[in-house]
Every structure is written in C-alpha cells, then in structure tokens.
Design a protein around this ligand. Structure first.
Ligand code: ADP
Ligand code: MG
Length: 253
C-alpha cells in the first residue's frame, strides 16, 4: 500500500515549548482522517507543518511523490521547492481570508493565475466549475462582504481546490460559523470525501467526524495518544485521555 500522506518522526518546538513530539501519521489515498484533541494540543501546528507554513525541526513528510526531511543534517527546502510542495495541499482555515477587493470568481482564479501561470480564461473556467461544485454559481460576480460566513467558507474551499491539490487540510473550518451555517460547509466537505479526496480534518464536530472520517487521531500535548477507525475511537475510546476529552461532547451519534 502506498500512502498519500506519510509523516514520520515529526518534531516541532517554539522556543522552550515542545508542540509536536515524534508524530507519525500515514493516510491512504482517498482516506479521511479527523484530528481531534484539546485546544493547544498541536493540531494546527501539525497541519501547518504539512503545508510548510511552519517549518518542522525534525522528521519527514511525504505527500504524493514529494517529500522532505527536516533537521540539522538535512538541507532545508528552498523557496521554489517549498512552493511546489505547498501546492500539493489545499488548506482551509477557521477564518476565510478572501481578498476583499476581488469578486468571488476572481478570488478563486487568483492562485492558478499568479502561482501556476494558468491562462486567465482557463482559470476562470476552472473557477466557475468549482463554484458550481460548492453551490455558489450565482455568487461568482459579488464581493466577499456580500456573503454569509458559510458562503465565504465555501468560496475558500473552492479557492483551495483551484490549485488542484492532492490533499485537503481543514483546520476548524466551521468553528467561526453561526450554527445554522455549519451544515452547508460540512456538506461540501462530505461531498469531497465521497469523491475520493484525501483529507485531514481538524474539527470539534464529533458527530461529523464519526460519520465522515475513516480514521480518527486523538492528540494531546503534541502526541497522538490514540488512533483507529472513527467509530471505535469515538464510540469506544480505549485511552482515559480520549474518554475524558470526548465526554465534553454530547452529539457523538
Ligand atoms: P491546537 O490547534 O491543537 O489548539 P496549536 O498547534 O495551535 O494547538 O498550538 C499548540 C501549542 O503551540 C500552543 O501552546 C500554542 O500556544 C503554541 N504555538 C502555536 N504556534 C506558535 C507560534 N508560532 N509561536 C509560539 N507558540 C506557538
Ligand atoms: Mg488549532
């Protein structure tokens, strides 16, 4: 089995604070992995390392055919290598970071045109296809300030998909949304999963994780404490720390 994502021995500290200790993760093509754990456990840092927004101190990351080793003995990736590596992963954050001075379709076209040098007409065609996929064809020409939070987040997903990444990373993509807008964003994520996109999802939507994720990783203090099939980890956690964390959620399905 060749994995789509392979992380081994990943380490990261910020000054004296060790945030990731020897993290090992392997994700099969098309698999959806939910990463759960208390605030401060290192979930965002792990996703950011996969996207090289944070440079790891040690370990290895492979995504598709592209891999990097980090640490003293290895040569740090150059800017060009980083950009290529980064384009393998689409990242969606809690806050949408759309460009306010661009229309929705321009926001989605921007990456392919400026990073990949795609012709504008082709990028626009791709952008409109992706806006249709997230259910926002009718919003292509409006500016982001006219959109609801859920619509903005769906544009952010389309924008990430426009780079045609091999994997998608979601960092609490629904946490900043009003409750009635969460469902439409989870719906788009569910469709992507069904289409076979490889995804790592940091989420507090435990019911969603149980339903959509193939596997769940529970992280605490920079360590993956427990992992396994979603139904097992969420339905019958083996570790006391996992049980204690999950006891805060009522809608475990
Ligand atoms: P989570 O996403 O699980 O809440 P984070 O990965 O955001 O956890 O943070 C893990 C720990 O690392 C926290 O203690 C946080 O304060 C710290 N941290 C994260 N990013 C930085 C940074 N750039 N500089 C210093 N400390 C950081
Ligand atoms: Mg976080």
């Amino acid at each position: 089995m060749s994995y789509k994502i392979e992380v081994s021995g990943l380490r990261k500290s910020f000054g004296a604070l060790t945030v990731l200790r020897d993290i090992n993760v392997a994700v099969e093509p098309g698999q959806v992995v939910a990463l759960i754990g208390p605030s401060g456990s290192g979930k965002s840092t792990l996703l950011r390392c996969l996207n090289l927004l944070v440079m790891p101190d040690g370990g290895k990351i492979r995504i598709g055919d592209d891999s990097f080793a980090f640490g003293d003995s290895s040569k740090m990736p150059g800017t060009k290598e980083q950009a290529r590596f980064r384009s393998n992963t689409g990242m969606v954050f809690q806050h949408f970071n759309l460009f306010p001075h661009m229309t929705v379709v321009q926001n989605v076209m921007e990456g392919p045109v400026s990073v990949k040098g795609m012709a504008k007409a082709k990028a626009e065609e791709l952008a409109r296809k992706l806006l249709a996929k997230v259910g926002l064809s009718d919003k292509a020409e409006v500016f982001p300030n006219r959109l609801s939070g859920g619509q903005k987040q769906r544009v952010a997903i389309a924008r990430a998909l426009a780079m045609e990444p091999e994997v998608m990373l979601f960092d609490e993509a629904t946490s900043a949304l009003d409750p009635e807008l969460v469902g439409e964003v989870l719906g788009v994520m569910r469709n992507l999963a069904a289409e076979g996109m490889t995804m790592i999802i940091v989420t507090h939507e435990i019911g969603f994780a149980r339903e959509v994720a193939d596997r769940v990783l529970f992280m605490r203090d920079g360590v993956i404490v427990e992992e396994g099939p979603a139904r097992e980890v969420i339905g019958a956690p083996k570790q006391e720390a996992t049980r204690a964390f999950l006891s805060h959620f009522h809608n475990r399905g």
